[in-house]
Design a protein around this ligand. Structure first.
Ligand SMILES: [Zn+2]
Ligand SMILES: [Zn+2]
Length: 319
């Protein structure tokens, strides 16, 4: 199984501005000063191995969309943020070489950054496609139809040709979808959100975004520790630093890098992916947060290590 990140930004898609590209070029050329390269392959090796991530790359700016690839011959996706557009195009290419045209999509919630990719999801125009949408909210279809009302979008929902099925899931119950056992948990967020735990091919992946954790509420924290228990990979909203989450951004419905590490440690999870990046953060800020989080994990580690990854658009994590 491969966990593929198509969109990793929180709240609002972002694009790199020209000044940031320039800063990266200046830093890269400075690092290459005095070096002599024989070939393009030499340059590629220098870029890949010697430049730090924020210089050679970017965390990207599409909003939430994560694929679990290889669980069955059907597609399995979490959320329909703006990253869904790119996923849809890639999935159609894979469908042409034998992949079944069935999409199983799990919704954390219906805030705009998690549904805005849907009007641009090209497979929805294919009459041979089946799209099954699952979530804890019973208002998913309404939210998608409303997004495509004439006042907001030129193509109405009824123009789509795919076959749709909407399923409301209940926390505590187990669903079997696309080769995975799926459970969900209700999370603290405006109008609620849901986290998912997928158990597929002997591995477990938790997708928990847009969730605030109140440190004083031990009962709730313990519920999440059990939900994360022994997960191979936890994808978690780490939008804020701990200081922000505790002070001016308390009650904004998101969690911090520190809470994510604490929950994963208590649950003996193996890997954490920092996700749903704050849109005002540039690449250097996100990189610093990633390094701070790795350091915090090392300081707080009791038994086995938790590997801390930082999501970017295009990241693929094999399991
Ligand atoms: Zn969000
Ligand atoms: Zn939200």
């Amino acid at each position: 199984m491969l966990v593929r990140f198509w969109g990793t930004r929180g709240s609002l898609p972002t694009a790199m501005r020209s000044g940031e590209v320039r800063d990266k070029l200046i830093a890269a050329l400075q690092a290459a000063n005095g070096r002599h390269f024989q070939s393009a392959a030499d340059v590629a090796s220098f870029v890949d191995n010697e430049l730090d991530f924020p210089i050679r790359s970017t965390y990207g700016g599409a909003s939430s969309c994560v694929e679990l690839d290889g669980t069955s011959d059907e597609f399995l996706v979490c959320d329909m943020g703006s990253g869904l557009r790119e996923f849809g195009l890639d999935a159609m290419r894979r469908s042409r070489v034998g992949r079944k045209k069935t999409y199983n999509i799990f919704m954390s919630h219906l805030h705009w950054d998690h549904i805005m990719g849907f009007p641009f999801f090209v497979p929805a125009f294919d009459p041979d496609v089946t799209i099954r949408i699952f979530g804890g909210h019973d208002t998913i279809e309404r939210a998608l139809r409303r997004q495509q009302e004439k006042i907001s979008f030129p193509v109405p929902f009824d123009y789509l040709k795919a076959r749709f099925e909407f399923t409301t899931l209940v926390p505590g119950e187990v669903a079997d979808v696309a080769g995975c056992r799926v459970e969900l948990i209700r999370q603290h967020h405006d109008n609620d959100s849901y986290g998912y735990r997928f158990f597929c091919n002997g591995k477990s992946v938790v997708y928990s975004t847009d969730a605030e954790h109140k440190l004083g509420d031990q009962e709730s924290m313990q519920r999440f520790v059990e939900f994360f228990r022994n997960a191979d990979l936890v994808i978690m909203d780490t939008m804020y630093s701990f200081a922000d989450a505790m002070s001016m951004k308390a009650d904004w419905g998101h969690s911090s890098n520190v809470v994510a590490v604490d929950l994963c440690h208590r649950a003996s999870a193996r890997r954490l992916v920092m996700f749903h990046h704050e849109p005002i953060f540039g690449d250097n800020t996100i990189r610093k947060m990633h390094l701070d989080t790795i350091r915090y994990e090392e300081l707080m580690r009791r038994e086995s290590a938790l590997e801390v990854l930082c999501a970017y658009d295009g990241l693929e994590v094999p399991l």
